[in-house]
Design a protein around this ligand. Structure first.
Ligand code: WT7
Length: 644
């Protein structure tokens, strides 16, 4: 890593960046030395408050108690919409680019206001009140943003479920947070393929008796079933709704949303984010890290179902009064030039995407890129997984014409917003490094025993203190919050990632150190995939590990033991894939399934995943010590039959 090339800071021809090197160091120092003063100043600068807070920060990692700006009153929807109306009512808030290149919508801040108010009034008409949970299961259309902001407006807590999740996954999320209302669409479409959202919702709701209202946005005029007691045609209802809805006054620490994410054990956790600190963190990072300036066209390609969509399609950009692009489609449809054509069509200045998309497009060849102009681009971003040097350099050279800095942003669903990233005017870049901490963020690297390492180091990435956008709890299970993030190393937030720090203090994220997979930027627990496989009546046991995959970053490799006498066949293999699609969704399909007569286990019965990982990675020469296994001979069989 020390022999990688460093890219010096670029001068933008159009703007002076908000933060330069000297300013970064000064502000960073203040943010950690006088946090109360620093964050007070920022909270006044970025947010409109109805009432001031009583204390800036009350944090105790020993009890996982985290509070920012408690007593302060605000409304997130007001901050994202109403306060901009004075001078921006006719500015474009959302640009929608449909799945087909001839579909687009432009929504001004005034229209956003009216749409959000109507949706908020519709929710109220069905009895939704402050604190109630509302599930949103939507395609990437402007209405997904209207729905989120409508909840925020009336103080309801949204739980967005990614449209690619199965009815089963939707059901368990609805039940876990006791949502009584669902907002969905008749169907979605991605890359020309229909996603039957309403049919999936119907299926999920067979097991959710408490859901009394389902708002259906008619998007595709799809043929759908109708339950007249429960289902509401939103397009019809909207006609009767007023375009004014007073905002609810919320405490900074009132919940804003729940978002489910996978961990190494158990079912997905409902990550709970609150209002004041979260909004401040995403607004500030959006402005400084993407060097957002008035009038910029900004595009983040994530889905609203993930935290990146929450923080950097909607809340961060809208809090700053930006124009943010919402894209329904996929990078490869109708051609692999789509991203670059959309950039030209809407004159996008700031573009934020994932390494898996970059690698897939790189594999298609440069022509698909170079046939487009991309002249409007000023800055590129990357998020979701480590970006390999080759992909970074291609992104820099071919997509950005060596003109645009790349911000490689490290963060997590749990962190709410970006924690480690370059600032374009302040940070020389090293391909593959997320570089340095954002203001107020204090990373540390620990060894196995929890000792903090100095200088150049390699180990577990933790955070020494809180930042405003940090998650506050696991919905309904505060003890799980404590156990998952604060019990490993007392006094630290444990990220679950490994990292190296180089001689310049730059961080290089090496990936998860727990049993969490990152497949095309989608996070899933090995245990979840195993649970799904184990549901097959012929499966006795299974073990799932990740292995390096050229495009996806990680692929899924499953070892499966069948019950006595069962012959492994293509038919069973297909059934296993179907079961995973049903239980989780197509994103969790294994790339490889190997029949295993037995698994390498310790004498106490624990599966040694280290060995399985080596086999999956095809690194059988470095399997290491197997003498602690109950039966070392099982390893040879797995090696001999491994899938390359
Ligand atoms: C995990 C979090 C952050 C929003 C999208 C994913 C990995 C994320 C980077 C990066 C290396 C990264 C980490 C992290 N990750 N960004 N720039 N470099 N790794 O959010 O689903 O909560 O996943 O994604 O392993 O722990 P998430």
């Amino acid at each position: 890593m020390s022999d990688t090339k460093t890219y010096p800071i670029k001068q933008f021809s159009t703007h002076t960046p908000h933060i330069n090197e000297e300013k970064y160091l000064r502000m960073y120092q203040q943010s950690v030395q006088e946090p109360e003063k620093f964050w007070s100043r920022m909270a006044h600068e970025f947010i409109d408050w109805f009432e001031p807070w009583k204390s800036v920060k009350e944090v105790d990692y020993k009890t996982a108690s985290i509070k920012w700006f408690e007593g302060g009153k605000l409304n997130v929807s007001y901050n994202c919409i109403d306060r901009h109306l004075k001078d921006k009512a006719d500015h474009t808030a959302l640009i929608w680019e449909g799945d087909e290149p001839d579909q687009q919508r432009y929504i001004s801040y005034q229209e956003l206001h009216d749409e959000v108010c109507k949706m908020a009034n519709a929710l109220k008409s069905r009895g939704v009140k402050k604190g109630d949970r509302v599930c949103i299961y939507m395609p990437m259309i402007p209405e997904v943003g209207f729905a989120m902001l409508a909840c925020a407006r009336i103080g309801a807590v949204h739980s967005v479920v990614f449209g690619g999740f199965s009815p089963e996954a939707l059901k368990s999320r609805i039940l876990d947070s006791d949502c009584r209302v669902v907002i969905t669409a008749d169907a979605g479409v991605r890359g020309g393929k229909t996603v039957p959202l309403k049919a999936n919702t119907d299926k999920a709701l067979e097991h959710c008796p408490d859901v009394h209202s389902v708002f259906v946005v008619k998007h595709r005029l799809a043929d759908i079933q109708w339950n007249s007691e429960r289902d509401i045609d939103y397009n019809e209802l909207k006609k009767d709704m007023e375009a004014e809805c007073q905002v609810e006054t919320m405490d900074a620490e009132d919940p804003l949303f729940i978002l489910y994410t996978s961990g190494s054990t158990g079912k997905p956790k409902g990550v709970l984010h609150t209002s004041g600190g979260y909004l401040l963190h995403v607004a500030m990072t959006h402005k400084f890290i993407f060097d957002y300036h008035e009038g910029d066209i900004y595009w983040c390609t994530a889905d609203a179902g993930w935290i990146t969509g929450h923080s950097y399609i909607f809340y961060g950009p809208l809090a700053n009064g930006a124009t943010t692009l919402v894209f329904e489609g996929v990078p490869s449809y109708p051609t692999p030039s789509r991203f670059w054509q959309v950039i030209d069509k809407h004159k996008v200045n700031i573009f934020y995407t994932a390494p898996t998309a970059i690698r897939a497009l790189m594999a298609v060849g440069d022509d698909a890129v170079t046939s487009t102009s991309r002249k409007s681009l000023r800055l590129l971003g990357s998020v979701g997984e480590p970006i390999n040097v080759e992909a970074w350099e291609w992104y820099y050279r071919v997509v950005g014409n060596e003109r645009c800095p790349i911000v490689d942003t490290w963060w997590q669903t749990e962190t709410g917003g970006i924690l480690i990233s370059p600032l374009p005017g302040a940070t020389p870049l090293k391909p593959g490094s997320a570089t340095r901490p954002f203001f107020g963020v204090q990373p540390a690297i620990l060894d196995q025993d929890g000792n903090e390492l100095d200088g150049k180091a390699s180990g577990y990435l933790v955070m020494k203190d809180s930042w405003p956008g940090q998650m506050r709890s696991v919905y309904g299970d505060h003890d799980r919050f404590f156990q998952t993030y604060f019990s490993q190393y007392s006094g630290y937030y444990f990220t679950g990632d490994g990292a190296n720090r180089d001689e310049d203090g730059y961080y290089w994220i090496t990936g998860r150190v727990d049993d969490v997979l990152n497949v095309s930027g989608h996070r899933m627990g090995t245990a979840e995939v195993e649970d799904a496989l184990d549901r097959h009546p012929l499966v006795a046991e299974s073990a799932v590990v990740g292995y390096p995959h050229d495009i996806k970053g990680q692929g899924i490799y499953a070892f499966v033991i069948f019950k006595k006498g069962v012959e492994f066949s293509d038919e069973i293999k297909q059934q296993l894939i179907d079961i995973i699609t049903e239980e989780i969704g197509p994103i969790a399909k294994p790339d490889k399934i190997q029949w295993a007569p037995d698994l390498p286990k310790t004498r106490s019965g624990k599966i040694m995943r280290r060995i399985l990982r080596k086999i999956a990675e095809n690194q059988v020469d470095s399997i290491g010590d197997t003498s602690t296994l109950a039966d070392p001979s099982v390893v040879q069989h797995l090696i001999d039959n491994r899938l390359k």
